[in-house]
Ligand binder design. Sequence first.
Ligand SMILES: Cc1cc2nc3c(=O)[nH]c(=O)nc-3n(C[C@H](O)[C@H](O)[C@H](O)COP(=O)(O)OP(=O)(O)OC[C@H]3O[C@@H](n4cnc5c(N)ncnc54)[C@H](O)[C@@H]3O)c2cc1C
Length: 802
Amino acid sequence: MQKQARVVVIGGGIVGCSVLYHLARAGWRDVVLLERQELTSGSSWHAAGSLFTLTRPNIAAALQLHSFRSYREIERESGQPVGFHLTGGISLCRSEDEVLSHQMLQSACRRLGIESHFLSPEEAASRCPILDPGRMIAALWEEEGGHVDPASATQAFAAAARKLGAAIERHTPVRATRPRADGSWDVVTDRGTIHAEHVVNAAGLWAREVGRMAGISLPLMPVEHHYLVTETIPEIARLGFELPQINDNEIGCYARQEGQGLLFGAYEGRCTHWSKEGTPADFGHELLPDDLSRMDWNFERAVEMMPCLATAGIRRVINGPMMFSPDLSPLLGPHPALRNYFCANGVMTGFNQGPGVGKVVADWIIEGDPGMDVMAWDVARFGDWAQGAFTEARTRYFYEHRCERGYPGQEIEAGRPIFPTPVQDRLAAAGGVFGFSFGNEHPNWFADRPGQRDTLSYRQPNWWHPVADEGRRIREAAGLMEFSALAKFAVEGPGAEAWLDRILAGRIPAAGRMALCPMLTPQGRLAGDLSVACLAPGRYLVLGSDAMQLAFQRRFDSALPAEGVRVSNLSATLAGLHLCGPEARSILAEVALADLDNWHFPFLSAASLTVAGVPDVVVLRVSFTGECGYELYMPRDSQPRIFDAILGAGRTRGLGLAGSRSLMMTRLEKSFPAWGPELSADYTPREAGLMRHLALEKGDFTGRDAVMSDPPMRERIATFSVDAGADAVWGGEAVFLDGEAVGYVTSGGWGPFVGEHIAMGYVLPDAWQPGAAYEVEVLGRRRAAALRPRPVYDPEGTRMRA
Ligand SMILES: Cc1cc2nc3c(=O)[nH]c(=O)nc-3n(C[C@H](O)[C@H](O)[C@H](O)COP(=O)(O)OP(=O)(O)OC[C@H]3O[C@@H](n4cnc5c(N)ncnc54)[C@H](O)[C@@H]3O)c2cc1C
């Protein structure tokens, strides 16, 4: 066995073989995969192999499409048949809400050109004659659906990788992974040690054990999953064509043709975890004892839809373990705590996603960048808080609700709370209805009665009007928001300014000032929308989006010089509050005992002040709502005192509590893009309209060369007013011009002051035409929309500077 490699991939399931193949295809020949037994010795050998492309979020749809289209190619390249069947897929809708959910899905997938159309029940039954049309109200047809033989597909990726020069060592369990001081790794096996530049953990069911060898704990837990294969079914044997892939999400079931019978699988209403603490080392090509009684509920309902199932004999039952993450999505990319250690874990639908995952992970290793926005799948989206009970509760929830439709703004309660805010009780008593972000609780809105919860709707849920009321209060008087969830870093030292100047694209503010400073990838795409406040020379507070905390930390760590700069992650130690509105200044002035007029503390000022008797509270004059606003950061234990003082001072000035949803709605009126929906690594600063925040003249910084090379704009950010009536625009909706899909909505909502539906999104540059007659596809109906080249509220920005 070789002693050196650029990359060692641990694990020979579909994911590891795909990573190896994509590395080799990109020209990296000195790469080796180590497999402890035979290839496919985890979940991969017993999967059902079903494939579909209509899915959310965008990254999943993009990578499932890549996977789907790769099977024919890999068959050709490897010479190994993969049993690929292109049958199309059919998703059944038993209820009105399921239709609405699928209309939203169809619209969102137009962005990638995924072809789908609705069928009447009769049309559905003619394409899939085993269905009872009386049991559904519609169905959504996707062209690119089908299935593949899992073991053959895995072998094909392995064979194609070998042909390209990659090595595969079977019966070679990895016993240890040891980092060296230079960031490389020793990968220890019974057959010797390989010194590698990079390690990829693709150990599937054993990802936790392999992770522990490197000292990391991955938030993963295996669950049992069943499917059965029937004997020949006469109704199917008589058909002259193959049945499509069937999804009956409302009863948690899927089915496809297998021979002349059916393969039928179900996500039962009761999750059974397997090997919670660790996967046995000797588990391999084995199955778990089956218990079909767990499927009874699903099966009975499936028989109503597919009556031929009732009398079908059962040929084979498969009950196997599969690895779940706390949000069902893979954990990919460089682990934030380690150097040159990549995760390719938690891929729960490996034949749909594995080939795409292999491409992303290989690109990430080779280019230092995955080439697209992968935040929803980045291993850095979970911190140490996502362990044990949280992972158990979330994996249970997502198994039991695996196929259920999601609703806009839907919050998952399982596993919470982890980090309540220091004023949690006060907020709850005031009717706070909470959301969850990177382990933190934060109020989304305030109900008029404590204990109220969100209703789930594709139209206007119960919080629609209360959130609009909060937004109007912010416009007319003042709102106070809990603001602790943000990522917060102290950057200090004599080299701090020069270092920030180099890694951020904006102008670094002078002492007492703050600035919005985008961070770019070397390829010139957005890596963060950070706010930088200079509290004193060499002393900065850097703030960014909550969920990006460890992704930022990873970027900072990789660029940190040996001396002169200290970066400390203060996200968990500092709490935050945000006060905004025309009365905000007078309220804060009362509790801060400071001159906050525009002469002493103008827009974008930063200072450490004593607030409510608490010294050294960081106060930033900044606005995301478009009103005069202040962010305050303080030690967690002093947040209640400041909170009470501000509420007290605001009592006579119309101050009310406001949640993060009113922040997101008011910022739509200002066309302020938000990290996640509008701003991500999918876009360049030019596409996102952020060029005014770049300091191109300041000299070299990460991403400058790419920006200066002036790549063509692929899309352009846009704001629309939408005539959506009693419906709502949420994000994902396709935008049409002259009957052609020319863009998509990234986020939408209600402008509380202007009283109209507002959507932000992207359109093709040529389709950015003020005055043109656009349409936005809202729940299957095209609604008139108008491009708003300027913010619909206070376009000059006078109020936030006032
Ligand atoms: C019943 C069932 C049905 C399914 N149906 C579908 C479906 O229809 N469509 C779909 O897309 N997905 C399906 N899946 C999911 C799919 O099987 C998994 O997503 C996929 O197999 C995961 O692949 P993997 O490569 O990540 O992990 P695994 O297949 O678990 O592979 C990991 C490999 O790593 C090796 N390994 C572990 N530790 C070490 C070590 N220390 N040293 C060396 N090697 C090591 C193991 O031996 C193993 O071969 C199904 C799963 C189940 C259980």
